[in-house]
Design a protein around this ligand. Structure first.
Ligand code: FMN
Length: 209
């Protein structure tokens, strides 16, 4: 396949969406849990979580445009500031996928998709019980991206939960042990296997490559 910008513009919407979404490669599959102002739980598949810094511990994700459809995750975070990020595990990947359906306001994806709400250490947003790695987040900033009406939602990590046996003495989390999955495009899920770990790369310490 070889495409120019003009070819990309000419593609039909679905083909363009599938190509441009999947050329990025594998992204982490996460579920974002929130509560509405009225206390109704909401859960949404999000694959755009990105690390922004460790001190303070900041993560961002891209929220799609809220102009034509209601974005419950986005409006709940605006209203309450708190949310959770829960890694999707192999055992419940299908349930997790269907949280992306556009359920009406007031309907809980936890209930519809048979996932379990969990409240830990009095955190004011629901975690996903089935998830082995989960983070409690507080929204600090929302950066509008004018180019396409999306927003970068930035939050600080408040709580981390992960199985002890999946974290080594230096703090690395082995996501192959927690059976987290990756996603390509918007509907193809992959298992993740660890293939290597290298030391911090320094120009003067190059091995024989
Ligand atoms: C694999 C996958 C990844 C997704 N990633 C994102 C994302 O990063 N940002 C986003 O706004 N929506 C993303 N979505 C779409 C949301 O899951 C979907 O719009 C959902 O209906 C939002 O629910 P809400 O209105 O309850 O927030 C993704 C969907 C799928 C299937």
């Amino acid at each position: 396949m070889k495409l120019t910008k003009e070819d990309i513009h000419r593609l039909d919407r679905i083909t363009r969406l599938n190509i441009i979404n999947s050329v990025v490669g594998i992204k982490a599959a996460n579920l974002v849990g929130t509560l509405s102002e009225k206390g109704i739980p909401n859960l949404s598949m999000i694959s755009s979580v990105v690390h922004l810094g460790s001190m303070p511990a900041l993560l961002g994700f891209i929220s799609r445009p809220a102009r034509d459809v209601q974005r419950h995750t986005y409006s709940n975070i605006l209203a309450t500031r708190f949310y959770t990020i829960n890694h999707v595990g192999r055992a419940f990947v299908e349930n997790a996928h269907y949280t992306s359906a556009k359920f009406p306001e007031g309907v809980s994806e936890f209930e519809k998709c048979r996932l379990t709400e969990e409240y830990l250490l009095e955190f004011p947003a629901p975690y996903v019980k089935e998830s082995k790695v989960k983070l409690g987040m507080k929204m600090l900033e929302i950066i509008p991206i004018k180019l396409n009406d999306t927003s970068l939602v930035i939050g600080e990590v408040q709580q981390v939960f992960a199985p002890d046996d999946a974290i080594d003495k230096d703090g690395h989390l082995d996501i192959s042990l927690t059976e987290n999955v990756g996603v390509s495009g918007l509907n193809t899920y992959y298992e993740l296997g660890r293939i290597a770990r290298y030391p911090y790369a320094r120009p003067e310490e190059l091995p024989d490559l």
